[in-house]
Ligand binder design. Structure first.
Ligand code: 5AD
Ligand code: SF4
Length: 472
C-alpha cells in the first residue's frame, strides 16, 4: 500500500519513547464485552510507549477503531467513521501533528485488505488474535511509513504476551470482565465468529487465576468471565489436567475479596452437569445466566446448526431452576433466519412463554458474507422480519417487566459500584444485573448490602438500605 507516513519524523522513535513523552490514544469500541475487554488490553500494551487515553480523537496521536462484524452494515459503519477520522488526521497534519489510525477487531479480520484499499490512510489493520503485537506494529508503521496488516491466527496465545495489569473495566472499580476463552468451533449457520475469532481456545488456569487475584487486590468484587463459548472452557490447570468452567469458578470463588462470579456467553450444548451443579454449590455464582437459544423451532434450530432442540433447552432450564430456584435467564434471539415460516416463529414465541426470560436481546437475521445461511434459499422478506421482531420484543419486554416486578418488596443483596445520578444517591447492581438506586452515603460504595426494593423503573430498580440508620 501507499506510504502514509513518509516524512513523519515525529513518530519515528515511537518504539523507544521514554515514558515522559506522552501521546494521546483514543479508542472507539463497538460490539460485545469481549471487545470492551480487548480495547482495555490494547491500551495496556501501548501504555509503556507513552500512550495515555484521551477523550477526543482530535487530540489523539493514535486512534483505534475496535470493530464488530456480527450484524448488518458493520463494515459500512467503520468506513463512515474512517471518513470522519481522515479529516481529523489531515487537519492535525496541517498543524505538524501525526495520527496513527488502526482498525482492530472482527471487521479488520474479515475485511483486512479491503480496508487498506478503500481507506489508504489507515496505518494498521489487526485481527483480534494479534493485539499483543501492537507495539511492534506501531513501530513498524512508523518506520516503514506504510500500512501494517496482521490478521493471522498466531500459534502463541496473546494472553501469554499481554502485560500484567489489573485495570478493571467498566462500570467502575468493583466489577470487571476477564476473558478466559475465545473463538468458536460451533459454526452456527448465521454467524461470523468462527471465521473472525478463529478456533476455540482456552486460557490457562494459572494465567486466569493470576489476573483474578490482581483484580481482587485492586478492589474488584464481581468478575464476569468472558468467552464466545465460555462454558466450553477447557483450560490447562497447574496439575496438568484440563479444567472445566465449574472447577475454575469454584477456585475463583475462594479468592479473598471475590464475592460474585458471572460468565457469558454460554452455549446450551456445553451446559454440562458439573456446571449445573455448580449453580447449586457455589453461592458466588450469580443466579443469572445468559444462555442464547436463538429460536424455538426444531426445524430452524437444525438449519442454524445449533445441535440441540427446543425441548433440550427447556430441559436445561428446568434442571438449572431445580438446583437454583431463583435463577433467571437471559437469551439472544434471531427472527427471520432463512426458511423461517409463521409456524416456526410461533414456536419461538411459545418457547419464550414457556421459559420466561428476565432479559433478552433479539435481532433480525442479517446475511453475513461467507456464512452458510447467507446463500441459503428462502430468505425472509424484511417486512416479515420487522413484524416478527416487534411481536417478539413486545413479549420479551412484558416478561422483563414482570420479572422486575417480582423483586419489588423483596430484600436483595446489592453490590454498590458508584454514585447515583441524583445527589445523595448511590447505585449498585442486583444479583440479576439490574441497576439499583438507593439514598445512601458514598462510603458504602464497594460493599454488598441488603436493599429492600421499593419500585421498578424502566430498566432499573429503586430501593432503601435495610439497615439505613446504621449506615447513615
Ligand atoms: N444476524 C442476526 N443476529 C446475529 N447474531 C449473530 N449473528 C447474527 C446474524 N447474522 C446474534 C445472535 C448472537 C448474538 C451475539 O448476535 O443472536 O447470539
Ligand atoms: Fe456464533 Fe454459534 Fe459460535 Fe455463538 S456458538 S459464536 S452464535 S457460531
Amino acid at each position: 500500500m501507499g506510504l502514509r507516513h513518509a516524512g513523519a519524523p515525529a513518530i519515528m522513535t515511537v518504539s523507544n519513547a521514554p515514558p515522559s513523552s506522552r501521546r494521546g490514544l483514543h479508542v472507539i469500541t463497538w460490539g460485545c464485552q469481549m471487545n470492551v475487554y480487548d480495547s482495555a488490553r490494547m491500551s495496556d500494551v501501548l501504555r509503556p510507549l507513552g500512550y495515555q487515553p484521551v477523550d477526543l480523537p482530535d487530540s489523539a496521536d493514535m486512534i483505534i477503531l475496535n470493530t464488530c462484524h456480527i450484524r448488518d452494515k458493520a463494515a459500512e459503519k467503520v468506513f463512515s467513521e474512517l471518513g470522519r477520522l481522515r479529516k481529523i488526521k489531515e487537519a492535525r497534519k496541517e498543524n505538524g501533528e501525526q495520527t496513527i489510525i488502526a482498525v482492530a477487531g472482527c471487521v479488520a479480520q474479515a475485511e483486512g485488505q479491503e480496508i487498506l484499499t478503500r481507506a489508504p490512510y489507515v496505518d494498521i489493520v489487526l485481527g483480534p488474535q494479534t493485539y499483543h503485537r501492537l507495539p511492534e506494529m506501531v513501530a513498524r508503521a512508523a518506520r516503514a511509513g506504510g500500512a501494517v496488516i496482521d490478521t493471522e491466527f498466531p500459534a502463541e496465545q496473546k494472553f501469554d504476551f499481554l502485560p500484567d495489569t489489573a485495570a478493571p473495566q467498566t462500570p467502575g472499580n468493583y466489577t470487571a470482565f476477564l476473558t478466559i476463552q475465545e473463538g468458536c468451533d460451533k459454526f452456527c449457520s448465521f454467524c461470523v465468529v468462527p471465521y473472525t475469532r478463529g478456533a476455540e481456545s482456552s486460557r490457562s488456569v494459572t494465567s486466569v487465576l493470576a489476573e483474578a487475584k490482581r483484580m481482587a487486590d485492586s478492589g474488584v468484587r464481581e468478575i464476569c468471565l468472558l468467552g464466545q463459548n465460555v462454558n466450553a472452557y477447557h483450560g490447562e490447570g497447574p496439575d496438568g489436567q484440563v479444567w472445566t468452567l465449574a472447577r475454575l469458578a469454584a477456585t475463583l470463588a475462594d479468592i479473598a475479596g471475590i464475592l460474585r462470579i458471572r460468565y457469558m456467553t454460554s452455549h446450551p450444548r456445553d451446559m454440562d452437569d458439573s456446571l449445573i451443579t455448580a449453580h447449586r454449590d457455589l453461592p458466588a455464582l450469580m443466579p443469572f445466566l445468559h444462555l442464547p437459544v436463538q429460536a424455538g423451532s426444531d426445524r430452524i434450530l437444525q438449519a442454524m446448526n445449533r445441535g440441540h432442540t427446543a425441548d433440550d433447552y427447556r430441559d436445561i432450564v428446568r434442571r438449572l431452576r431445580e438446583v437454583r430456584p431463583d435463577l433467571a435467564l437471559s437469551s439472544d434471539f434471531i427472527v427471520g433466519h432463512p426458511g423461517e415460516t409463521d409456524e416456526d416463529f410461533e414456536a419461538t414465541m411459545q418457547l419464550v412463554r414457556d421459559v420466561r426470560f428476565a432479559l433478552a436481546y433479539s435481532f433480525k437475521y442479517s446475511q453475513r458474507p461467507g456464512t452458510p445461511a447467507a446463500g441459503a434459499p428462502f430468505q425472509v422478506p424484511e417486512d416479515v422480519k420487522d413484524t416478527r421482531l416487534q411481536a417478539l420484543q413486545a413479549l420479551l419486554r412484558e416478561q422483563q417487566d414482570a420479572f422486575n416486578d417480582t423483586l419489588v418488596g423483596q430484600t436483595i443483596p446489592v453490590l454498590f459500584t458508584g454514585e447515583g445520578r441524583k445527589p445523595g444517591q448511590i447505585t449498585g447492581r442486583s444479583p440479576w444485573l439490574q441497576p439499583v438506586h438507593v439514598s445512601g452515603p458514598r462510603h458504602l460504595i464497594g460493599q454488598e448490602l441488603p436493599v429492600r426494593i421499593t419500585e421498578r423503573l424502566t430498566n432499573s430498580l429503586g430501593g432503601i438500605l435495610v439497615e439505613e440508620t446504621v449506615y447513615a
